[in-house]
Design a protein around this ligand. Structure first.
Ligand SMILES: [Zn+2]
Length: 420
């Protein structure tokens, strides 16, 4: 496999090492652009007819700023939202998959590929429901939630809702479009909007006087700490650090008051904001934790890039070694984050027989960008796999409990991202 090139100095790109940037360079002339291509060395060559906007100017989805850095480039990838029928031959359409970090407001964001919308997901993992319950207990303990009043929820393609639990707490649903005492976007919905300023301003404007906005997101600090480069995917336009989010909220007239970081996905933050609140020590602690990671520092965030080839090579070598040993290798969870990982690792059905998923909508389909079919959990059990690579490590306890037959038959679960 080719070695990954440094994100800051891809071939043919001015590095500015001398302090002078060449014409057309990303940092020449005060207007920063990204150009040139850093590929993550996919085994299958990208289609030649795909026109990647390699020289498009970047404007921040929140502040409109043009200063910033490309911190992660996965080359061209299939949409993680398009699961072709199992019999559909490729190649699948490819789009550039890149993360850019705004130097002004600190928002990490997807650049380009604005026309991929995420399909609503019908299946919410139990891990997410458990996370919501834990977060709610914390809110109640903190006294952040009013005892009564109205709530308006912004839905998410990821599924899930806070309304039943908030209803049990004493809140009633606001009329459509009406101001609400609690506005909640806590199932990872906000990141799906290409225009981040408009989306956040809309939620802020929905607040009744004295109201509280609740946001929950997979924080950038956790993504960087965990080298979770495959959290980057089409349809997710923004990746929030808590320091950046505090500033973004201020821009739309809100003060972040409290935040708590939970273990889901290595770090999921629930944050509360009001128009006239005061920041708490709990917020400061979450902010400080992410500042240590360097969430505003492009050099720190681009540690993600350094992990790409390492993760992919480990996964491919693991599959190849198991196959040489005569073992049956399967995957579990046809998650969006598996798509780029499979492609960068160059896996196909000869190395990874199939990926099982609990969502019936995905059965009879295949993983995008490869010929690996998606099967039902029952079919996985029937195949008596020797190894099942788990693409969402947070689901380990859940799937081991749901499918005890795998281990009972001598198989083992393995974290597909163990090579990070
Ligand atoms: Zn910005």
């Amino acid at each position: 496999m080719h070695r990954l090139r440094d994100v800051h100095a891809p071939a043919g790109m001015c590095t500015g090492a001398s302090g002078v940037h060449e014409p057309g360079c990303a940092r020449a002339g005060g207007r920063r652009r990204y150009r040139g291509r850093v590929t993550a060395a996919p085994q299958a060559e990208p289609r030649a007819d795909v026109q990647a906007p390699v020289d498009a100017p970047v404007a921040c989805r929140f502040c409109g700023g043009t200063a910033g850095d490309l911190v992660l480039d996965l080359g061209e990838q299939p949409s993680s939202e398009l699961f072709p029928a199992a019999g559909a031959s490729g190649p699948d359409p490819l789009l550039p998959l890149r993360m850019w970090l705004c130097a002004e407001c600190g928002l990490a964001q997807l650049v380009g590929a604005d026309d991929v919308t995420e399909e609503p997901l019908g299946f919410e993992p139990a891990a997410l429901a458990a996370q919501r319950a834990a977060a709610l207990r914390r809110l109640v303990a903190d006294g952040v939630l009013p005892e009564r009043g109205t709530v308006a929820e912004y839905p998410s393609p990821h599924g899930g809702t806070w309304l039943p639990e908030l209803g049990a707490h004493g809140l009633t649903e606001a009329a459509p479009g009406a101001a609400a005492d609690v506005v909640v976007d806590a199932c990872f919905g906000l990141m799906h909007f290409p225009d981040q300023r408009a989306a956040l301003a809309e939620r802020a404007a929905r607040l009744a006087p004295g109201g509280t906005l609740l946001l929950q997101y997979h924080c950038l600090g956790a993504i960087v700490d965990g080298l979770q480069w495959n959290a980057l995917r089409h349809g997710h336009y923004a990746y929030y650090s808590t320091p950046a989010m505090v500033g973004m909220l201020a821009e739309v007239g809100l003060t972040a008051t409290a935040a708590h970081r939970f273990p889901l996905y290595g770090g999921t933050v629930l944050l509360a904001a009001t128009r006239d609140g005061r920041p708490t020590d709990a917020l400061a602690a979450v902010v400080a934790g992410e500042e240590v990671t360097g969430v505003r520092d492009p050099a720190a965030v681009s540690a993600l890039q350094g992990s790409v080839a390492r993760t992919a090579e480990w996964l491919r070598a693991t599959c190849a070694a198991e196959q040489r040993a005569g073992h049956r290798v399967y995957g579990y969870c046809a998650a969006s984050r598996a798509v780029a990982l499979l492609r960068v690792a160059g896996l196909d059905a000869s190395l990874l027989t199939a990926v099982a998923d609990a969502s019936p909508d995905k059965h009879g389909r295949r993983m995008p960008g490869t010929d690996i079919p998606i099967i039902a959990p029952d079919a996985l059990v029937a195949a008596r796999p020797d190894v099942v690579l788990l693409f969402v490590s947070d689901l380990a306890a859940e799937v081991r409990a749901a499918l005890p037959q795998i281990e009972a038959a001598g198989g083992r679960w393995e974290d597909a991202g163990a090579g990070r």
